[in-house]
Design a protein around this ligand. Sequence first.
Ligand code: UTP
Length: 291
Amino acid sequence: MKDKVRKAVFPAAGLGTRFLPATKALPKEMLALVDKPLIQYGVEEAIAAGCEQIIIVTGRNKAEIEDHFDISFELEQLLEKRGKTELLAMTRQISHMARIAYVRQKEAMGLGHAVLMARDLVGDEPFAVILPDDIIEAGVPCLQQMIEVFEQTQSSILATQVVDGPSISSYGVLDCVPVEGSPRVFDVKGLVEKPKPEDAPSRNAIIGRYILTPRIFDVLEKTPLGAGGELQLTDGIKGLLAHEKVYGYSFDGLRFDAGDKFGMLKATVEFALNHRELGTVFREYLKSLSL
Ligand code: UTP
């Protein structure tokens, strides 16, 4: 029988230093992109892709994430009393949208370590990892596209996108070859974390969506701490490659790094232009600017 991806892990225990001072007391994952916290976009994507359980890895100062997905009695009562039915329905929908479990990462020891914290909740089945600050706008949700590939390969899949120029050195980069007959799928031979542009094995950067087989947990347990003294997920995936096949998947969609100030600004413009209530006025406003 083929395995299904039923669970999605959201590492959300990082310090968000690129977004200071906004993230001094507020979790980066709760920063609003137009009117919704970043992590809600990811949770909605996972649900749209068919995931039944959401696992959020949190840490200190992250209580707002749990509050956001919980029932807010006072707010609901007030909205009801004031007859704000649409807002009430939207507020209720957030607390009912998914089965969510939380696990703590006591110290921000890296993405690989955060994923390892979810081991007991994931168990022995394939699972998705979504980095909530990578926002992907797509007709078919990015994770759903990846799950379709997983259903055929039953192997780990890493989302990838072409990055030109020197900024490739901010990413994990795939050493890979295209799979014949599947133009978006790559056979991964190796991974290099944050290479110098001249050393990058390809232009295929790893983006924050993964489907991983449960073997990754055993491998991560044995992976030594890497760059920055952290347990790197890319090092774990390198270890996984010694045992099984891993594929890259060049998704169809627009990706924004909303964990970075400039990336968040770009995402804000894009999402505001497409917003049901704001799109038209925002477009008019932008046109009126004499830049
Ligand atoms: P980032 O590297 O983008 O997040 O990790 P960061 O470390 O919080 O941010 P900067 O670089 O200091 O600005 C991607 C995701 O992985 C989580 C983060 O919360 C973020 O959602 N993460 C990272 C963890 O959960 N634990 C960690 O130890 C590191």
